[in-house]
Design a binder for this molecule. Structure first.
Ligand code: ADP
Ligand code: MG
Length: 676
């Protein structure tokens, strides 16, 4: 008898050699073996006759063998075995290539089932290398496993069948309550049916159960990873001052912006501290939303903080918010790494005395020696640059503090539900009116000279350009990647001689980076050669051109983020994707950029084309790999699993009750390999 921890080499028929092949797939024990799911199925149960089928159709057909096998050696290493079958009405000519074992096993006048593509013409029907099984074995739905080196799907199926036959009842992970509520079959039935279903309903029910469990486990794990804020009593906001705020603005808020502000204020008046994510494409106007929320918080007597990932962004927020909130008796200060010591001292004492209403800065504002008198609201911008830990440490500046996270990373909604499972989400799905569409083109490197001329002409008109290169250093395996340094050097001596050229890359000291970015923002530098470090949202309305070299090396969402750096002013902007890649896939990905401007659409495309790994793959966001669930396709089940996860957590935060134990183990197992 096997149990789920038995090594697979103890399964009958699995020797050392075959076991080795399974090990290579990461399958060591019976449990991981039975969780190796079929990729698809071949349904042999709906047999057809020759006359019922169409030329070229893939079918299963019940037949009797009517001639012995005729062996023909075509050439060395190629033997054909030919024979005929009848379905009682028509004859089928079958050719088998090289498979001596199969050919020798066939017996005349025996009944078989053939599975394969049928070729028909006026006078005859044939099948070439069909799959063949004896009819007395029964007609089944056959599981097809992912191709895995030398292990054929059939071989895997056999091993799994043997394992299941020798395994007692598989231990249940979901308690009765959950299974009843969500109408889920038992794990034992699900596992057995996912491999060897009798009909399509078996597959559907098994999949539903297994997908639910996987998504539930994932969501529970993520919820456990996040800090619980729901227990705190929120700082009370009594009055909504949005109307006053609106009257300060030189523009009308979009409906999306109004909605987002209202959602935030409703949160702040609610039972728990606000814990919200504001997602909005580049340029959608997240700052104004943040300002609106800050305004109401300050007017209710609280201090507020706005944290940005870089000094230059912090400075930009400082400037735009100072303008937006001017004349309102709201004291705003900027605190960054380069704030002078005595100014810093003054800011700190003003904070503690409650003289500052809004503190804007970099992570310097979360340092321990920065204390507030009555911090009520913390906003972090461009959240993808902050770790979860940093987020948490700001919130530790007091109890019941409201938090708003602003992110420009257009994560598809479905994934946002996972990544930000503990946050409520507001989405700015509308750009302010009058935005210029950015023209995007895909060209190859033959266009460089023309591009450079285009950039020079723009510079002569006073407009600015970015040239983005993927990597900084030359490394052997990336020979074709231009180093930003080399490119900048070259261009400053050739095409852009006489223009003020800047260089920005990740290996520079942050002070240097800030300086270059500042010079570009001030218009002193006309052309900026940069790596993806410019991705984060600095506003340079005068920049109208972006050239992205080796564009095929970037993720679509990243390209979109980069492109968001231009088209921020009133002038027509151009994004040129340079790529010499001949690959179909690359071409079509780049065309996605040309055809779409909506970040969420692009993110969805990216997800379809490259899988969710790219959204979560970034070191700190690595999510466990899913075996059966697809977050896009199984969105309905994801919602149910999330409801279920929230219910469980509410009642049993640490999953340490007896009935949740198996689930708790499943969570531990799923997250074992993930480091946070
Ligand atoms: P992001 O969402 O990328 O952070 P910003 O907040 O920087 O966008 O806004 C981009 C630009 O749009 C800013 O110059 C801002 O003043 C302007 N803006 C924001 N909201 C509106 C609006 N409702 N109408 C017109 N312009 C707006
Ligand atoms: Mg922004």
């Amino acid at each position: 008898m096997l149990n789920s921890e038995s090594n697979i080499k103890f399964i009958k028929g699995v020797g050392e050699k075959r076991a080795e092949m399974f090990y290579n797939l990461g399958i060591f024990d019976v449990d991981s073996l039975i969780h190796f799911f079929p990729r698809k199925y071949e349904d042999w149960t709906k047999t057809k006759s020759v006359s019922e089928s169409e030329n070229g159709e893939g079918i299963a057909i019940r037949v009797t063998m009517i001639t012995p096998v005729n062996e023909q050696m075509v050439r060395r290493g190629m033997t054909l075995y030919k024979c005929r079958f009848s379905d009682g009405e028509s004859v089928i000519n079958v050719t088998i290539f090289n498979n001596k074992y199969l050919a020798k096993s066939l017996r005349i006048y025996e009944d078989y089932v053939l599975f394969g593509k049928i070729e028909k013409n006026l006078t005859s029907a044939s099948m070439s290398s069909p799959k063949i099984e004896k009819l007395d074995m029964g007609i089944h739905i056959h599981p097809i496993y992912p191709k895995t080196g030398k292990l054929t799907s059939n071989a895997i199926a056999k091993v799994i069948r043997t394992a299941l036959e020798n395994l007692g009842e598989i231990q249940e992970t979901l308690n009765d309550e959950i299974r009843k509520k969500y109408n889920l079959i038992s794990l034992d039935t699900a596992i057995r049916n996912i491999h060897f279903p009798e009909n399509e309903d078996d597959i559907l029910e098994a999949r539903r159960r297994l997908i639910f469990e996987e998504l539930l486990t994932l969501q529970l794990g993520l919820l456990k990873l996040k800090s619980s804020k729901k227990s705190e009593t929120p700082l009370k906001i009594t009055t909504d001052y949005t109307d006053d705020f609106i009257s300060l603005l030189p523009f009308t808020l979009t409906n999306a912006q109004k909605r987002a502000i209202a959602e935030c204020i409703k949160d702040m008046q609610g039972k728990y501290p606000m814990n919200r994510l504001l997602q909005g494409d580049v340029g959608s106007g997240k700052t104004a939303v943040g300002a609106g929320v800050i305004y109401t918080a300050v007017k209710n007597g609280y201090q507020t903080a706005l944290m940005a990932p870089t000094e230059i962004l912090a400075l930009q927020h400082f400037e735009s918010l100072s303008k937006m909130l001017a004349g309102q008796e709201i004291t705003i200060r900027l605190l960054t790494g380069s704030t002078k010591p005595n100014e810093k001292r003054e800011i700190k004492s003003d904070l503690i005395n409650g003289k500052i209403d809004l503190l804007i800065g970099t992570h310097a504002i979360i340092q321990n020696d920065v204390e507030f008198k009555n911090l009520g609201l913390v906003i972090t911008d461009e959240q993808h640059r902050f770790g979860v830990k940093q987020r948490a440490s700001l919130v530790n500046k007091g109890s019941g503090i409201h938090t708003l996270v602003m992110s420009a990373t257009p994560i598809p909604r479905t994934l946002g539900l996972i990544l930000y499972g503990d946050l409520d989400i507001s989405i700015l799905d509308e750009l302010p009116p009058g935005r210029q569409e950015i023209r995007t083109d895909v060209v190859d490197s033959r266009y460089h000279q023309r591009l450079y001329k285009f950039i020079c002409d723009a510079a002569d008109r006073g407009e600015q350009s970015y040239i983005i290169c993927p990597m900084v250093e030359e490394s052997d395996d990336m020979e074709s990647v231009k180093s930003a340094e080399q490119l900048a050097r070259e261009l400053s001596q050739t095409a852009f001689k006489g223009f003020n050229l800047g260089l920005l890359h990740g290996k520079m000291k942050s002070k240097e980076k800030e300086n270059v970015m500042k010079a570009f923002a001030d218009g002193d530098v006309k052309i900026l050669v940069a790596t993806t470090v410019v991705e984060v949202g600095v506003d340079v309305p005068n920049a109208t051109i972006m050239v992205i070299e080796n564009a095929e090396r970037f993720g679509l969402s990243q390209l979109h983020q980069l492109r968001g750096r231009i088209g921020r002013g009133s002038k027509k902007s151009y994004c040129v994707l340079v790529s010499d890649s001949k690959s179909e896939v690359s071409r079509s990905r780049l065309m996605t950029m040309k055809n779409y401007s909506d970040g969420f659409k692009i993110a969805d495309e990216d997800l379809k084309q490259r899988g969710p790994g790219d959204f979560f793959g970034e070191r700190q966001h690595g999510l466990p790999k899913l075996k059966i669930a697809d977050m896009l396709e199984n969105i309905d089940i994801l919602h149910l699993a999330q409801d279920c996860a929230f219910d469980i957590i509410k009642e049993d935060y640490n999953l340490d009750s007896e009935k949740n134990k198996p689930l708790c183990n499943a969570v531990t197992k799923m997250f074992r390999e993930i480091e946070y």
